[in-house]
Design a protein around this ligand. Structure first.
Ligand code: NDP
Ligand code: 2IT
Length: 454
């Protein structure tokens, strides 16, 4: 097949898999910013790097049959997209959510390749998951599902091949069940998954790492304007792993987080979510697996607004604030939400989720010269500490909390610097989107070219 010129590459990628809209969105965003890199390096076009980098090295799709508590057979679809191994074994999370499709898996795996490159650790990019909905399922059902999922996945992964972790719907409980089945099938106790329990190979700070890293990145951005998070009113969406630890670090740094959400709606607590209220949220979400509206019952000064399916904007993003941290899911901020954020006084948007802003929302933030950090830079702390978990597993020892946290801080500081330097090198000072894409892309491409046409 003749390969298209890079101007036509997006058309080619789109035409090949017309239904994969999320994947096209992620590819389109990277292609739009790396053009100057291709112009400066003519060999990149000659060697077909764009064609190679947008095609997964391998995709595995499999059937997951399992039995529910009523004895009914259920069948879900499982995925693992092994996108790029130029920098190391495939690395990236598993998502269990009914919205999971090949398009979602490919967009997440594509983003992961550049994110992992930014950490400077030796990790390639991958992503996986299933269209399984854990909501309302018993622990026993979740266990049987995880075991059935691993009964196929185990033959494709390994500590030097592909190391999955958590993402939406996959936390400590699921990683435990997945690890148990992997260990049994392989008769091996190895660091094949990250996010493990502390007594069986997990790293301190891994549960906190994504959210903490997001806030460290935001603090770095503010420091460029001689500002800090102290007394800043912050909007946070989501109420899972990333949102909880974003709120935790915001509180520690003197900011005032005032919102949290789930797919049913959001709470607004003008007085601020403090440590005690956050402890309530953690118990509600991680142990009782309840809904966020309960927050407003427990703390009646807070308001609860149910989400309106099909609405053209989310009222969460109309609340007056200084900073916004979208930490739920992709495309949760559209152009109208972005305009509302700007009108409401927000000057910093730091993405905890992967691709939470639509391309039009992104343009709004860049046009208004907000401090705007894309997820592949700002939420890289999670996978970075996964990399540190792998290092500790290889050494068969465990670093203290302070050491892991210090390394995380250092990595986030370095990613921030890398983004600014890469953007400046191409005359796009202060554009973190361009900086993250250019720096990640260049690192991966150089490694691919070193390794020949494979
Ligand atoms: P969790 O499953 O712990 O929490 C997800 C949260 O987002 C829940 O509050 C959930 O609400 C909400 N949510 C999920 N899907 C939707 C939806 N379609 N509409 C509205 N709300 C939704 O996941 P994480 O906190 O781990 O992940 C959140 C984001 O962060 C994702 O984009 C993920 O890819 C990204 N991320 C995660 C990392 C990690 O280490 N965990 C690392 C880097 C990025 P509900 O309960 O109603 O579904
Ligand atoms: O999107 C992500 O970076 C994650 N879900 C974490 C991946 C990992 O391997 O820790």
């Amino acid at each position: 097949m003749t390969m298209p010129h890079d101007d036509d590459l997006l058309t080619f990628v789109t035409g090949r898999d017309p239904e994969q809209t999320e994947f096209h969105q992620a590819v389109g965003e990277v292609l739009a910013t790396v053009k100057p890199v291709l112009d400066r390096n003519p060999a990149y076009r000659r060697l077909g790097v764009l064609e190679r980098i947008t095609e997964p090295e391998r995709v595995i799709i499999f059937r997951i049959p399992w039995m529910d508590d009523q004895g009914h057979v259920r069948v879900n679809r499982g995925f693992r997209v092994e996108m790029n191994s130029a920098l190391g074994p495939y690395k990236g999370g598993l998502r269990f959510h009914p919205s999971v499709t090949l398009s979602i898996m490919k967009f997440l795996a594509f983003e992961q390749v550049f994110k992992n490159a930014l950490t400077t650790l030796n990790m390639g990019g991958g992503k996986g998951g299933a269209d399984f909905d854990p909501k309302g399922r018993s622990d026993e059902e979740v266990m049987r599902f995880c075991q059935a999922f691993m009964q196929e996945l185990f033959r494709h992964i390994g500590p030097n091949t592909d190391i999955p972790a958590g993402d939406i719907g996959v936390g400590a409980r699921e990683i435990g069940f997945l690890f148990g089945m992997y260990k049994k099938l392989k008769n091996e106790f190895t660091g094949v998954l990250t996010g493990k329990g502390l007594t069986w190979g997990g790293s301190l700070i891994r549960p906190e790492a994504t959210g903490y890293g997001v806030v460290y990145f935001a603090a770095e951005m503010l420091a460029t304007r001689r500002d800090s998070l102290e007394d800043k009113t912050c909007l946070v969406s989501g109420s899972g792993n990333v949102a909880q630890h974003t709120v935790e670090k915001l509180i520690e740094l003197g900011a005032r987080p005032v919102t949290l959400s789930d797919s049913s709606g959001f709470i607004h607590d003008e007085a601020g979510i403090d440590r005690e209220k956050l402890a309530f949220v953690k118990e509600l979400k991680n142990i009782r697996r309840g809904r966020i509206h309960e927050y407003a019952q427990r703390y009646p000064q807070a308001t609860y607004t149910p989400s309106e399916p099909g609405a053209d904007h989310n009222p969460l993003w109309t609340i007056r604030a200084d900073c916004a941290f979208p930490c739920a899911t992709e495309n949760e901020i559209n152009a109208k939400d972005a305009a509302n954020l700007v009108a409401g006084g927000v000057t910093l948007v730091c993405e905890g989720a992967n691709m939470p802003c639509t391309p039009a929302a992104m343009d709004t933030f860049l046009d208004h010269r907000l401090l705007y950090a894309p997820g592949k830079a700002a939420n890289a702390g999670g996978v970075a500490v996964s990399g540190l978990e792998m290092a500790q597993n290889s050494m068969r020892l465990r670093w203290p909390r302070e050491e892991v946290d210090q390394r995380l801080r250092h990595i986030m500081h370095a990613i921030h610097r890398t983004c600014l330097d890469a953007a400046a090198a191409y005359g796009m000072d202060g554009n973190y989107v361009a900086g993250a894409n250019i720096a990640g892309f260049t690192t991966v491409v150089e490694a691919m070219l070193d390794q020949g046409l494979v």
